[in-house]
Design a protein around this ligand. Structure first.
Ligand SMILES: Cc1cc2nc3c(=O)[nH]c(=O)nc-3n(C[C@H](O)[C@H](O)[C@H](O)COP(=O)(O)OP(=O)(O)OC[C@H]3O[C@@H](n4cnc5c(N)ncnc54)[C@H](O)[C@@H]3O)c2cc1C
Length: 545
């Protein structure tokens, strides 16, 4: 292993892989993934990547659609940059071997029109765009001699002056020197030094009971950056997908029941087969995503039922199976024949709009630390994200920060001396898995009940009281047991839940994805710009000798 890397990239989704490919042109890269390379939100992306292509479309239209979704909180410069750089990124992906579906007759790319977009502009590969993207990027990464890869390796904490033997009293600002990482297979903790560290760790959907995100999405990047002293912003804006399959079991990741099913004529109903969407919006079941999610949440709270249902039993079985073969198959695996029975669905956490604050080059306010992709808040999405803009944002920022970081490397002079080795003596083995699962479940219940789709002053007051106790329990457990992947993730989930509550309390209005029953929407007298929280940079017992 190299002694000091030019780039330590944490995460192998679209952002991390694409960054690595571009950064490897001018430096040595170490790419980390806590599981296998493919275990990411990116791999699951179905819809695609938005980019202006057709003559009837324009950058202005795409910019406008993004700003409307962002509900007055987007950074115009960031939006313009992402939209205008999109076609170059699509061309680059094609050069790297990624495939996109084409129209059958003319050989042109087939572009979908998705909710919130006024034009057809979504490049996709069948209904598995993410899988194709990961395939193509992984192939490039694996054949690049300037990129080392470590799978099953989870980063624990970022290395800053706080891990040095002596922190200067008048220390101004913080610098990142790499990270402590745990090899999950060997149980060994390593100190990885790097001239620049790139957080590409994705989102935090796992903080909720129901999420479309896979198991790695435990908000590690936000928690590590927060502990290191970076600014976190806009975390109150969490996107929920209105309809994911409810199986009655605790699933790590919920299966999406696509909006296309409602477009097809599927009707949302209660357990007693009563339609309800007409009470919430004139478009009933075809109302915008966020309204549907809130309506379902309200019906579930009223009835006490754990889910609602989508009914397509009125249509011919053949038509349903032909139109939705994957949904039919997946539901059948759970014993539900959707041609004869209603499909049980719940809203699920889907995308985190806030995150580690970063500028147009992906720079955070910790020197040498960059944040790209879902972990970052760079002003593109504002209070709500437009469909298929997240892969795009991740890719554009990955490439930009790789180019920028070349200049950063040329200028920076870092002093790596004095950073302590990991301290792992005298800790008990965390053999009692029940404690971790109990604490993890508490976090998820708290986040889902009190900082979920619909918030209120009373719920947030209760959450504020409960979250401190929960945080104390988790930190105490973490500080007294040997480190494992589970305890690392538990601590990160607790930090993210605590931040979520604080952010939701800060915003005294309903805007975009943050809906508080005690504040009316569009009450511009309460307009608030970006919410921001920064810690002074804490350490844990394990890295303090
Ligand atoms: C079901 C689903 C469908 C979606 N569909 C679309 C779509 O059609 N279009 C669109 O634009 N967006 C879509 N999204 C959102 C989009 O997929 C994500 O926002 C995007 O893929 C995020 O990319 P990323 O590289 O930032 O993070 P991810 O792809 O989530 O990758 C994060 C990586 O970080 C690693 N990691 C995390 N913590 C650590 C740690 N401590 N140590 C080491 N490694 C770590 C993970 O293992 C993973 O490799 C969808 C999301 C989901 C869940």
């Amino acid at each position: 292993m190299k002694k000091i890397y030019d780039y330590l990239v944490i995460g192998t989704g679209a952002a991390g892989l694409y960054f690595a490919i571009h950064a490897a042109k001018h430096g040595k890269v170490l790419l980390l993934s806590k599981d296998k390379i493919k275990d990411s939100n990116t791999y699951l992306a179905q819809g695609g990547i938005a980019s202006v292509e057709k003559p009837n479309d324009s950058f202005e239209d795409h910019i406008q659609d993004t700003l409307v979704a962002g509900d007055e909180l987007c950074n115009l410069k960031a939006v313009e940059m992402v939209v205008k750089e999109a076609p170059t990124v699509i061309d680059d992906l094609i050069d790297l071997g990624a495939k996109f579906s084409k129209e059958t007759r003319k050989g042109f790319y087939s572009l979908h029109k998705e909710g919130g977009h006024t034009k057809s502009r979504v490049f996709h590969f069948k209904d598995a765009t993410g899988k194709e993207l990961v395939r193509a990027l992984t192939k490039n990464v694996k054949s690049n001699p300037n990129i080392d890869i470590m799978e099953n390796t989870i980063s624990i904490d970022l290395l800053t002056e706080h891990q040095k033997k002596k922190v200067k009293k008048d220390q101004k600002g913080v610098t990142c020197f790499g990270a402590y990482v745990l090899n999950i297979k060997t149980d060994k903790v390593m100190k990885i030094l790097a001239k620049s560290t790139i957080l590409a760790t994705g989102g935090a959907g796992q903080v909720y009971l129901h999420t479309s995100n896979p198991s790695p999405a435990t908000g590690d990047g936000i928690a590590m950056a927060y502990r290191a002293g970076a600014t976190i912003s806009n975390l109150e804006f969490f996107k929920f997908h209105p309809t994911t399959l409810y199986t009655g079991k605790t699933e790590e990741s919920s299966f999406l029941i696509s909006e296309a099913l409602r477009g097809f004529g599927g009707i949302l109903k209660t357990r007693k087969k009563k339609e309800f969407m007409h009470k919430y919006h004139k478009l009933a079941c075809l109302a915008p995503r966020d309204i549907v999610a809130r309506a379902i949440d309200a019906e579930m709270k009223k009835s006490g039922d754990p889910c609602v249902y989508i009914d397509v039993t009125n249509f011919s079985a053949k038509k349903v199976i032909d139109s939705f073969p994957n949904i039919y198959k997946k539901c059948l695996e759970h014993g539900i024949d959707i041609t004869k029975e209603m499909i049980p669905v719940v809203p699920a956490a889907h995308y985190q709009c806030g995150g580690v604050e970063a500028d147009l080059n992906g720079r955070t306010d910790v020197r040498g630390l960059f944040a790209i992709g879902e972990v970052a808040q760079n002003g593109v999405h504002g209070a709500n994200r437009l469909a298929s803009n997240s892969l795009l944002e991740a890719l554009v920022f990955a490439k930009r920060s790789a180019v920028y970081s070349k200049h950063y490397l040329e200028k920076s002079t870092l002093n790596f001396s004095g950073i302590k080795e990991w301290h792992s003596e005298n800790f008990e083995n965390a053999e009692e898995k029940i404690i971790v699962s109990f604490l993890k479940n508490n976090i998820k219940v708290l986040a889902s009940r009190f900082v979920g789709i619909v918030r209120s002053k009373a719920r947030l007051e209760m959450a504020t009281k409960m979250v401190d106790l929960m945080l104390w329990q988790v930190r105490d457990y973490y500080n007294s047991t040997r480190i494992t992947k589970e305890t690392i993730e538990l601590r990160n989930l607790a930090d993210v839940a605590s931040l979520l509550v604080r952010f939701a309390v800060f915003r005294k209005e309903s805007r975009g994805l943050h809906y508080n029953l005690d504040y009316s929407e569009k009450d511009n007298k309460n307009w608030q710009k970006n919410t921001r929280i920064r810690s002074s940079g804490r350490t844990s017992k394990k890295d303090v000798n």
